[in-house]
Design a protein around this ligand. Structure first.
Ligand SMILES: CC(C)(COP(=O)(O)OP(=O)(O)OC[C@H]1O[C@@H](n2cnc3c(N)ncnc32)[C@H](O)[C@@H]1OP(=O)(O)O)[C@@H](O)C(=O)NCCC(=O)NCCS
Length: 178
Protein backbone atom coordinates (compact mmCIF):
# COMPACT_ATOMS: atom_id res chain seq x y z
CA UNK A 1 0.00 0.00 0.00
CA UNK A 2 1.42 3.44 -0.84
CA UNK A 3 1.92 5.98 1.94
CA UNK A 4 -0.91 8.12 0.59
CA UNK A 5 -3.37 5.22 0.65
CA UNK A 6 -2.17 4.24 4.12
CA UNK A 7 -2.79 7.82 5.23
CA UNK A 8 -6.33 7.77 3.81
CA UNK A 9 -7.10 4.40 5.38
CA UNK A 10 -5.88 5.21 8.86
CA UNK A 11 -6.07 9.00 9.12
CA UNK A 12 -8.40 11.80 8.14
CA UNK A 13 -7.73 15.53 7.89
CA UNK A 14 -9.83 17.53 10.31
CA UNK A 15 -10.03 20.99 11.88
CA UNK A 16 -8.09 21.41 15.12
CA UNK A 17 -10.37 21.08 18.17
CA UNK A 18 -9.80 22.35 21.70
CA UNK A 19 -9.23 18.82 23.04
CA UNK A 20 -6.51 18.20 20.42
CA UNK A 21 -4.23 20.83 21.92
CA UNK A 22 -3.24 18.86 25.02
CA UNK A 23 -3.08 15.65 22.97
CA UNK A 24 -0.55 17.40 20.72
CA UNK A 25 1.50 18.56 23.69
CA UNK A 26 3.96 15.59 23.62
CA UNK A 27 4.59 16.19 19.89
CA UNK A 28 5.15 19.91 20.45
CA UNK A 29 7.48 19.23 23.38
CA UNK A 30 9.39 16.62 21.40
CA UNK A 31 10.13 18.92 18.49
CA UNK A 32 10.43 22.21 20.38
CA UNK A 33 13.54 21.06 22.20
CA UNK A 34 17.20 21.83 21.96
CA UNK A 35 19.93 19.75 23.57
CA UNK A 36 17.30 17.84 25.54
CA UNK A 37 15.71 21.03 26.91
CA UNK A 38 12.07 21.74 26.03
CA UNK A 39 11.59 25.34 24.87
CA UNK A 40 8.70 25.89 27.26
CA UNK A 41 7.91 29.41 26.10
CA UNK A 42 7.67 28.30 22.47
CA UNK A 43 5.33 25.48 23.46
CA UNK A 44 3.18 27.82 25.54
CA UNK A 45 2.93 30.49 22.83
CA UNK A 46 2.14 27.88 20.17
CA UNK A 47 -0.65 26.31 22.24
CA UNK A 48 -2.05 29.74 23.04
CA UNK A 49 -2.12 30.65 19.34
CA UNK A 50 -3.90 27.36 18.60
CA UNK A 51 -6.46 28.06 21.33
CA UNK A 52 -7.04 31.58 20.02
CA UNK A 53 -7.61 30.23 16.51
CA UNK A 54 -10.55 28.18 17.83
CA UNK A 55 -11.89 30.58 20.43
CA UNK A 56 -11.71 33.94 18.68
CA UNK A 57 -12.76 35.15 15.28
CA UNK A 58 -9.31 34.68 13.88
CA UNK A 59 -7.41 34.40 10.60
CA UNK A 60 -5.30 31.46 11.81
CA UNK A 61 -6.44 28.02 10.64
CA UNK A 62 -5.01 24.80 12.06
CA UNK A 63 -5.69 21.32 10.75
CA UNK A 64 -4.75 17.91 12.11
CA UNK A 65 -4.22 14.41 10.74
CA UNK A 66 -6.60 12.41 12.92
CA UNK A 67 -6.27 8.72 13.70
CA UNK A 68 -9.51 7.17 12.38
CA UNK A 69 -9.45 4.54 15.13
CA UNK A 70 -8.77 6.55 18.28
CA UNK A 71 -9.49 10.05 17.05
CA UNK A 72 -6.25 11.48 18.39
CA UNK A 73 -4.16 13.90 16.33
CA UNK A 74 -0.94 12.54 14.81
CA UNK A 75 0.20 15.87 13.40
CA UNK A 76 -0.75 19.50 13.00
CA UNK A 77 -0.19 22.33 10.51
CA UNK A 78 -1.72 25.72 10.00
CA UNK A 79 -1.68 28.97 8.12
CA UNK A 80 -2.39 32.55 9.07
CA UNK A 81 -1.37 36.14 8.83
CA UNK A 82 2.03 36.64 7.17
CA UNK A 83 4.80 37.96 9.42
CA UNK A 84 5.72 41.41 8.03
CA UNK A 85 9.34 40.33 7.69
CA UNK A 86 8.25 38.04 4.83
CA UNK A 87 6.59 40.81 2.80
CA UNK A 88 9.68 41.30 0.58
CA UNK A 89 9.45 37.60 -0.41
CA UNK A 90 6.01 37.89 -2.04
CA UNK A 91 5.91 37.17 -5.76
CA UNK A 92 4.42 40.64 -6.30
CA UNK A 93 3.09 43.49 -4.20
CA UNK A 94 -0.44 42.41 -5.26
CA UNK A 95 0.02 38.89 -3.88
CA UNK A 96 -2.21 37.90 -0.98
CA UNK A 97 0.24 35.85 1.06
CA UNK A 98 -0.37 33.74 4.16
CA UNK A 99 2.26 32.35 6.51
CA UNK A 100 2.70 28.66 7.33
CA UNK A 101 2.26 27.97 11.03
CA UNK A 102 3.42 25.09 13.23
CA UNK A 103 4.19 21.98 11.16
CA UNK A 104 4.78 18.93 13.31
CA UNK A 105 4.07 15.24 12.86
CA UNK A 106 4.35 12.96 15.88
CA UNK A 107 7.72 11.14 15.81
CA UNK A 108 5.72 7.85 15.70
CA UNK A 109 4.11 8.78 12.37
CA UNK A 110 6.77 10.64 10.39
CA UNK A 111 7.62 9.51 6.88
CA UNK A 112 4.21 7.99 6.09
CA UNK A 113 2.79 10.77 3.97
CA UNK A 114 0.93 12.70 6.68
CA UNK A 115 3.05 15.81 6.24
CA UNK A 116 2.41 15.87 2.51
CA UNK A 117 -1.34 15.48 2.98
CA UNK A 118 -1.47 18.24 5.61
CA UNK A 119 0.61 20.78 3.69
CA UNK A 120 -1.39 20.08 0.53
CA UNK A 121 -4.57 20.75 2.50
CA UNK A 122 -3.04 23.93 3.96
CA UNK A 123 -2.28 25.15 0.42
CA UNK A 124 -5.81 24.23 -0.69
CA UNK A 125 -7.50 25.97 2.22
CA UNK A 126 -5.28 29.05 1.91
CA UNK A 127 -6.16 29.23 -1.77
CA UNK A 128 -9.91 28.84 -1.22
CA UNK A 129 -9.78 31.52 1.48
CA UNK A 130 -8.47 33.99 -1.09
CA UNK A 131 -4.71 33.77 -0.63
CA UNK A 132 -2.53 33.54 -3.69
CA UNK A 133 0.55 32.12 -1.95
CA UNK A 134 1.99 30.80 1.29
CA UNK A 135 5.44 31.92 2.50
CA UNK A 136 7.48 30.51 5.37
CA UNK A 137 10.89 29.74 6.81
CA UNK A 138 12.10 27.07 9.24
CA UNK A 139 14.31 27.26 12.29
CA UNK A 140 17.85 25.93 11.63
CA UNK A 141 17.14 23.32 14.30
CA UNK A 142 14.87 21.66 11.71
CA UNK A 143 17.49 21.63 8.93
CA UNK A 144 17.66 17.82 8.90
CA UNK A 145 14.04 17.10 9.81
CA UNK A 146 12.10 19.48 7.55
CA UNK A 147 14.07 21.48 5.01
CA UNK A 148 14.14 18.78 2.31
CA UNK A 149 10.45 18.14 2.93
CA UNK A 150 9.67 21.80 2.25
CA UNK A 151 11.76 21.78 -0.92
CA UNK A 152 9.95 18.61 -2.02
CA UNK A 153 6.60 20.33 -1.39
CA UNK A 154 7.33 23.82 -2.75
CA UNK A 155 10.48 23.65 -4.88
CA UNK A 156 13.79 25.32 -4.15
CA UNK A 157 13.70 28.12 -1.62
CA UNK A 158 13.12 31.56 -3.12
CA UNK A 159 15.62 33.29 -0.84
CA UNK A 160 17.09 33.29 2.64
CA UNK A 161 16.31 35.38 5.70
CA UNK A 162 18.73 36.61 8.37
CA UNK A 163 18.05 36.82 12.09
CA UNK A 164 14.47 35.54 11.84
CA UNK A 165 14.65 32.92 14.59
CA UNK A 166 17.54 34.27 16.66
CA UNK A 167 20.35 36.77 16.14
CA UNK A 168 22.65 35.31 13.53
CA UNK A 169 20.18 32.70 12.22
CA UNK A 170 20.18 32.14 8.46
CA UNK A 171 17.29 30.12 7.05
CA UNK A 172 15.66 29.46 3.69
CA UNK A 173 12.38 31.07 2.65
CA UNK A 174 9.98 28.92 0.66
CA UNK A 175 7.03 30.20 -1.30
CA UNK A 176 4.16 28.21 -2.75
CA UNK A 177 2.04 30.16 -5.23
CA UNK A 178 -1.31 28.87 -6.48
C1 LIG B 1 8.65 17.81 8.26
C2 LIG B 1 7.45 16.93 8.53
C3 LIG B 1 6.25 17.81 8.86
C4 LIG B 1 7.15 16.16 7.24
O1 LIG B 1 6.09 15.25 7.48
P1 LIG B 1 6.23 13.70 7.11
O2 LIG B 1 4.90 13.08 7.32
O3 LIG B 1 7.38 13.13 7.86
O4 LIG B 1 6.58 13.76 5.56
P2 LIG B 1 5.94 12.88 4.38
O5 LIG B 1 6.05 11.45 4.74
O6 LIG B 1 4.59 13.39 4.04
O7 LIG B 1 6.96 13.20 3.20
C5 LIG B 1 6.58 13.87 2.00
C6 LIG B 1 7.77 13.87 1.07
O8 LIG B 1 8.84 14.63 1.64
C7 LIG B 1 10.02 13.82 1.76
N1 LIG B 1 10.65 14.07 3.05
C8 LIG B 1 10.03 14.25 4.24
N2 LIG B 1 10.94 14.49 5.20
C9 LIG B 1 12.15 14.44 4.60
C10 LIG B 1 13.49 14.60 5.06
N3 LIG B 1 13.76 14.89 6.33
N4 LIG B 1 14.51 14.48 4.15
C11 LIG B 1 14.24 14.20 2.86
N5 LIG B 1 12.99 14.06 2.36
C12 LIG B 1 11.97 14.17 3.23
C13 LIG B 1 9.51 12.39 1.72
O9 LIG B 1 10.48 11.50 1.23
C14 LIG B 1 8.32 12.48 0.80
O10 LIG B 1 8.75 12.43 -0.55
P3 LIG B 1 7.80 11.75 -1.70
O11 LIG B 1 6.56 12.61 -1.79
O12 LIG B 1 8.66 11.80 -2.92
O13 LIG B 1 7.51 10.36 -1.22
C15 LIG B 1 7.70 15.90 9.66
O14 LIG B 1 8.71 15.00 9.28
C16 LIG B 1 8.09 16.51 10.99
O15 LIG B 1 7.22 16.77 11.83
N6 LIG B 1 9.41 16.70 11.19
C17 LIG B 1 9.95 17.05 12.50
C18 LIG B 1 9.53 18.41 12.97
C19 LIG B 1 9.91 19.49 12.00
O16 LIG B 1 11.06 19.57 11.57
N7 LIG B 1 8.91 20.34 11.69
C20 LIG B 1 9.11 21.48 10.85
C21 LIG B 1 9.21 22.70 11.68
S1 LIG B 1 9.47 24.14 10.68
Amino acid sequence: MTDCLKMEKFFSVDDLKEEDIELLDPTLRWWMSEQGQVREEEVRVTKERMRASIRDAHDDVYIVARDRAGGSPAGVMGFGCLDARFLPYRSSTDAKAAGLLTAFISPDYRGQGLGKVLITEVFHRASTSGCTEVIWSSNPRYRETAWKFYTAMAGNHTGTIDDFFFPGSLSPVWRKSF
